[in-house]
Design a protein around this ligand. Structure first.
Ligand SMILES: Nc1ncnc2c1ncn2[C@@H]1O[C@H](COP(=O)(O)OP(=O)(O)OP(=O)(O)O)[C@@H](O)[C@H]1O
Ligand SMILES: [Mg+2]
Length: 281
């Protein structure tokens, strides 16, 4: 892209875990632009976690294996793993967030003010003294996100942040991510199976299959490929399938590629139908 400096670039990156004959990433080409929010989907074992670990440089830094290609990242990266509970080491929320800051040699006053700042950001004021293990799933995820944010990363990577959550927890986490997108123009990559949420939230979508990026498209163009996505085992939101069915069966004169990404957009499409029915009478 002209005129904009990518925050992160993977150029022809391939990766094989040590002791495995399987190529977990195959010739990945990827750039993240500042403020861009990217959704990452793919079947179990497709390489989502591996790709996020590579973006964060944990692969190859902390893993054995064969790496080729080039990774460049200009800014600090925060990463939130799938199951935060197994990562918690602090006895309190405050301690949990402080660890990564202490590790960077930050002084106590700065640590304290950052803890306050990120807890407010994730909507957990007053939680500083609580045990991170005695929180709801959504709250635990938000503590994990707060910890990642405390170092003020430019890029936030999240690995299936809502896979263990009920619908309320899922909404909480995506509402928080939306706020981060709006208020701080955070560059975000989120691996998730929650395609309804991704459709509303992401600017760009990636489909990874067997370590290869099959699709890398703006969100609407991505979901317009509903048939191909379904063939790859990806859940396409019902409202998109319904919209395309209405178009294909001639019930509305919409463009099949112009799929609705939110309930509000579907509502617009319905208004269109109502209007057309009215006109045809
Ligand atoms: N530490 C490891 N050592 C060897 N192979 C691994 C390791 N971690 C993952 N793999 C393999 O790499 C491939 C990609 O795995 P990865 O965990 O990235 O998939 P995923 O898309 O995140 O799947 P899921 O949706 O189940 O989390 C799989 O074939 C997996 O078995
Ligand atoms: Mg994974």
């Amino acid at each position: 892209m002209v005129g904009r400096e990518a925050l992160l670039t993977l150029a022809d990156v391939s990766w094989r875990y040590e002791g495995s004959s399987y190529q977990a990433l195959n010739h990945i080409q990827l750039q993240l632009q500042p403020g861009e929010v990217t959704g990452l989907v793919g079947l179990s074992g497709a390489g989502k976690t591996t790709l996020l670990l590579t973006m964060a440089n944990l692969i190859p830094a902390n893993y054995g294996g064969d790496f080729s290609g080039k990774r460049t990242a200009a800014e600090e990266i925060g990463i939130v793993f799938q199951d935060p509970e197994t990562q918690f080491i602090g006895l309190t929320v405050e301690e949990e967030i402080a660890f990564s800051l202490e590790a960077r040699g930050m002084d106590d006053d700065e640590i304290e003010s950052r803890i306050e700042e990120v807890l407010e950001l994730v909507g957990l004021d007053g939680f500083a003294e609580r045990s991170p293990l005695e929180l709801s799933g959504g709250e635990k995820q938000r503590v994990a996100i707060a910890s990642a944010l405390a170092t003020r990363p430019k890029i936030l990577l999240l690995d299936e942040p809502t896979s263990e959550l009920d619908p309320k927890g899922t909404r909480e986490v995506f509402a928080l991510l939306k706020r981060l997108k709006q208020d701080s123009e955070m560059t975000i990559v989120v691996a998730s199976h929650a395609t309804e949420e991704l459709a509303q939230f992401c600017d760009r979508m990636l489909l990874i299959s067997e370590g290869t990026i099959l699709y890398d498209l703006p969100t609407r163009a991505f979901f317009a490929q509903a048939g191909e996505l379904s063939a790859h085992g990806i859940h396409v939101p019902d409202m998109i399938l319904l919209y395309q069915w209405l178009c294909r069966t001639g019930r509305i004169r919409g463009n099949v590629a112009d799929v609705p990404l939110s309930v509000e957009e579907m509502e617009q499409a319905y208004r269109l139908i109502a209007l057309q029915v009215e006109v045809e009478r």
